[in-house]
Write a protein that binds this ligand. Sequence first.
Ligand code: SF4
Length: 467
Amino acid sequence: MNNDELIQREYLNKAKACVEEYKRLIGHEPSSCVVTFGCQMNARDSEKLTGILKEAGFTITDDENADLVLYNTCTVRDNANQRVYGRLGHLNSLKKKNPHKKIVLCGCMMQEETVLSKIKESYGFVDLIFGTHNIFKFAELLCRMFESDGMIVDIWKDCDRIVEELPTIRKFSYKSGVNIMFGCDNFCSYCIVPYVRGRERSRKSEDIINEIKALADDGVIEIMLLGQNVNSYGKNLDEDITFAKLLSEVENIDGIERIRFMTSHPKDLSDELIEVMKDSKKICRHLHLPLQAGSNKILKAMNRRYTKESYIDLALKIRDKIPDIALTTDIIVGFPGETDEDVDDTIDVIKKVGFDNAFTFIYSKRTGTPAASMEQVDEDTVKRNFDRVLKVVQETARNAVSQYEGKVMDALCESVNEHDKAMLDGRLSNNTIVHFKGDDALIGKIVPVRLVECHGFYFTGELCRNL
Ligand code: SF4
């Protein structure tokens, strides 16, 4: 254990005493609710925050009537901020009925100075605010919150260290996200992430391997390696390690049956990685490779550092080497200066690559990013082009996904279907969802399913019992 871990271990013991005191004050077992906004990196952070709350003595619930509610926020697009402001109003009304209620805010949104001053000014009922760099200090911050009457704010501009050994409560028994690195150095001109998640720093491969071995011992069969740009893993480490080498080491861990990772950056995706994926028995047949735009003019303005041609070459090379790979992507429509011709280029890439799916977003101006001061495209043009792109994405995806109709493929049973309790939701190696009849005892297991009918992005199927 390093010094930070030892100190936080001590604070966790101190937090237990604070929570005992709080329990006497409120007269019942204190409950807590952690709400996650945004990406899988945030979801993994929330599992650590939940682990610390549990160890400090809180029960865990997903009901916001809990004694302590924590919002782990996202700020990748403006609507994420607006959602949090909207829900804070509701939390305030709950706090009026329960004055001992504690409200905690953390995550990317809290790293924005404009947000912080707005919260301090208009949401004075919030008890604790911290950011993305000092999650490991949560036990210490809980103590400070209980020992003070006012709002505690602890935001770090950046962080050069990684603290391991935090208590964690996983959302799923059979799968888990594993952070391999934090931060991003790419500074795409529309993106707020480098400003709220800081500079790239990779975890030591030994710590990652040990964490995955422990997860496997605990029944996890699928892991998702997480980073803003996993392809630059290892750059700040003394050890001679690359992302491809790390994947090869993870491949050898007994008990892990499936390996996923996100997010990749096209400019850093190596031939070494393609070879490792091609020869792997465990790396899933899915690669998420954000394109963002198809026009070289826009890619330059976005500071993406690849061209339309190099992206298409890379995607087709991957398809050639790994024929059963599913390629998905992210696309932004409406980036400043984008013309109809630029969107034609985007559509051309979608058709040439034939994406299995694409997440299409309308450009969202983020204060503090270079693109925010560029001339914005009018809403009607953005809407019209967004619809054009979406139509091509849906057609292309249906063509790509429907080729598997009638086949039998392995699916990891993830959950009971929300709309039909007799159905299970399964995920294929290529990340496509299949719904099929089955018993919830299959959840967490990989089973063969016949893909009976394609419905665009997903299938309905039937469990193959005799195979
Ligand atoms: S690679 Fe670009 S889009 Fe992705 S997190 Fe980094 S700056 Fe943002």
